[in-house]
Design a protein around this ligand. Structure first.
Ligand SMILES: [Zn+2]
Length: 440
């Protein structure tokens, strides 16, 4: 190829002296383009002790996958100098400006992969870029760890603690969010009180102060409350709506399941039918808001409301609790919310449905924290939204049962990290003359 082509690619690759493109080989049959880069310097700075003008000892062949060139897979090749340093006495391979030490991908290729992994499942990104997903997972971890090392957590005052399971009912992971900045601060395996203690240490290591945490929104787990007591001394706990309503839904499901098992005749009489589909419509109808009911669910719920089933009572109790929350959000009055909640608790205590009696007992034991969660509207929508994003992160990590990978992708997607490499694919700036033309 002509010299002009080589110098064109030297600029396009952003190379500066002593590095330049020596040859460009396009192989249309193999759909790849290979660039050979060369370093013209005979002497270089020692990468270890920075002593200038050290002798090049030898050169080792290395290659890197780069961003595609049109439809061609692009590869860079270079003989990378090793410096024999007279100052420190060590022989060290010099760094190349286009790639990290030890990586077989250029920095731009890694940046693109990382940007894609924020949106697509990792396996899909690997297929798109024609590389192994394992290679991508290693790089996600590398860049996330590097970006998190520089993450600033000073000023964090309001947090949400939650758990999520990687596989149904096992491999629990605790996640801590900054509810003001709406981002994930910390994730680790387990869901005991130690996870909160570990978070406090992490917060400190990133410029935050555990004593500055004023407020923690969490589920009613005693383990997290214990951790908060130990490590976040000034924090007030509130139990958020999302978790309390989830508990009411669970209690309601328990009543329905029990009744379906022990009183199938009563259910059949009430619904007029007990085929499996109708029973399933009932289960979903009871969980969903009325405005989301399908025709079948509306039908099942109509008959439920006209019955004397325990399930009907359980459903009314859940609706009433939702109404208590809705009213509290409107009034934002602690005393009023506390009265309304107490009235609901005393109804639930007398309802002769064991799961609701249990729930009433749990809530009355933590009345103040539950009421705080009713008024404290800031956490609720966010906790639910975060849950959705975490589910997406789980799908992105599908096929990889390693919790560390899930934690890395969760940080990549939910932490708003400021020190990640930027996506290299950006819009071209408009041509100057086009702009002038338009202005005229
Ligand atoms: Zn040296």
């Amino acid at each position: 190829m002509s010299v002009a082509i080589e110098s064109l690619f030297t600029s396009a690759l952003g190379l500066q002296l002593p590095w330049s493109v020596q040859t460009v080989a396009l192989d249309t049959a193999r759909r790849r383009i290979d660039f050979t880069l060369t370093c013209s310097a005979k002497q270089l700075r020692c990468p270890l002790c920075q002593a200038p003008e050290q002798r090049v000892h030898d050169r080792l062949h290395r290659e890197w996958r780069h961003l595609d060139f049109f439809q061609f897979e692009a590869w860079l090749h270079a003989e990378v100098p090793r410096i024999a340093c007279s100052a420190c006495g060590k022989t060290t391979q010099t760094e190349v400006p286009w790639a990290r030490e030890g990586s077989g991908f250029t920095a731009l290729f890694e940046a693109l992969a990382l940007s894609l992994c924020q949106e697509l499942p990792v396996r899909q990104v690997a297929a798109l870029l024609r590389c192994q997903d394992k290679q991508l997972w290693r790089r996600i971890k590398h860049y996330v760890d590097a970006a998190r090392a520089l993450d600033d957590m000073s000023g964090v005052k309001l947090i949400g603690i939650d758990d999520t399971s990687l596989h149904k009912g096992q491999s629990y992971i605790t996640v801590v969010h900054d509810l003001d900045a709406k981002r994930l601060l910390f994730a680790c395996q387990g869901r005991d009180h130690q996870t909160v203690v570990d978070f406090a240490a992490e917060l400190k290591a990133h410029g935050g102060d555990p004593k500055q945490i004023e407020h923690v929104c969490q589920d009613v787990s005693a383990a997290y409350a214990k951790g908060v007591g130990i490590a976040l001394p000034e924090a007030q706990i509130s139990y958020d709506r999302f978790h309390v309503i989830a508990m009411a839904n669970e209690a309601m499901d328990e009543v329905r399941r029990e009744e379906t098992r022990t009183q199938p005749k009563a259910i059949k009489e009430a619904l007029g039918d007990n085929d499996r589909k109708l029973l399933r419509s009932l289960a979903w109808g009871m969980r969903k808001n009325p405005e989301g009911w399908t025709v079948k669910q509306t039908h099942a719920m109509h008959w439920l409301q006209h019955s004397t089933l325990k399930s009907a009572r359980a459903w009314r109790l859940k609706l009433a609790l939702r109404a208590v929350y809705a009213k509290a959000a409107q009034s934002n009055n602690a005393q009023q919310a506390s009265q309304e909640l107490s009235a609901w608790i005393s109804w639930a205590r007398r309802c002769r449905l064991e799961p609701f009696k249990k729930l009433a007992k749990t809530l009355s034991g933590k009345l103040d924290a539950v009421v705080r969660g009713m008024l404290d509207n800031r956490s609720n929508a966010y906790v639910e939204a975060m849950n959705g994003l975490l589910q997406q992160a789980k799908r992105a990590a599908r096929g990889f049962r390693n919790p560390a990978y899930f934690i890395s992708i969760a940080y990549l997607r939910l932490s708003k990290l400021k020190h990640l490499p930027a996506n290299p694919l950006v819009n071209a700036l408009p041509k100057a003359n086009v702009l002038i033309h338009r202005c005229l």
